[in-house]
Design a protein around this ligand. Structure first.
Ligand SMILES: CC(C)(COP(=O)(O)OP(=O)(O)OC[C@H]1O[C@@H](n2cnc3c(N)ncnc32)[C@H](O)[C@@H]1OP(=O)(O)O)[C@@H](O)C(=O)NCCC(=O)NCCS
Length: 148
């Protein structure tokens, strides 16, 4: 497996995989593939978020979107936030997610650095995956709505 920055010709695949990710994690906000395309293209242009492609023998098997966390828990410890992490449906349960996270840690996180991410309560698979690769919960994000 290799990890490489996404290019313009990856954007369509990124948008399709992002749609899979949103469906599979049970994301509450519906967003269309054209909107996702625009977002990935924007990130490519601005560099606001790094978009890395996971490649296995020429097959694009998944992607990771991440950036340094500007508000680290501990200013002494460099922290990188994973915003999106997806293995394409047809490649799952083969250990690729595990390999991808290991490669990410080796190549994108400074020694001693911390990785943080959010995982939805509607995504038990994601929760099981992150715990399996060594992440632990330390934070519970809560929400409430003011009535209309
Ligand atoms: C979560 C995801 C990245 C896992 O990728 P993957 O390549 O299938 O994961 P791996 O095969 O490397 O699995 C590693 C371990 O995670 C756990 N795991 C993975 N998928 C699981 C599932 N469906 N149910 C329970 N545990 C699971 C297992 O412990 C597994 O180890 P094992 O196969 O030895 O039992 C993938 O399912 C995915 O892209 N899902 C949609 C997007 C998503 O939820 N991303 C995380 C958002 S926070």
């Amino acid at each position: 497996m290799t990890l490489r920055p996404a290019r313009e010709d990856d954007i369509e695949t990124l948008a399709e995989l992002n749609k899979q990710l949103l469906q599979d994690e049970g994301h509450p906000a519906p967003i269309s593939v054209p909107e996702l395309l625009a977002r990935h293209r924007d990130w490519l242009a601005t560099g606001e978020w790094s978009q890395d492609i996971l490649d296995v023998e020429g097959h694009l098997v998944g992607y990771i979107v991440h950036a340094p966390n500007p508000y680290p828990l501990d200013p002494e410890i460099p922290e990188r936030f994973i915003r999106q992490f997806c293995i394409a449906r047809q490649y799952r349960r083969n250990g690729l997610g595990r390999d991808a996270f290991e490669l990410f840690m080796e190549t994108r996180v400074a020694p001693g650095g911390r990785v943080t991410l959010d995982v939805l309560e509607t995504n038990p698979t994601g929760q099981a995956f992150w715990e399996a690769v060594g992440c632990r919960p330390f934070f519970r994000r809560m929400e409430a709505f003011r009535p209309e």
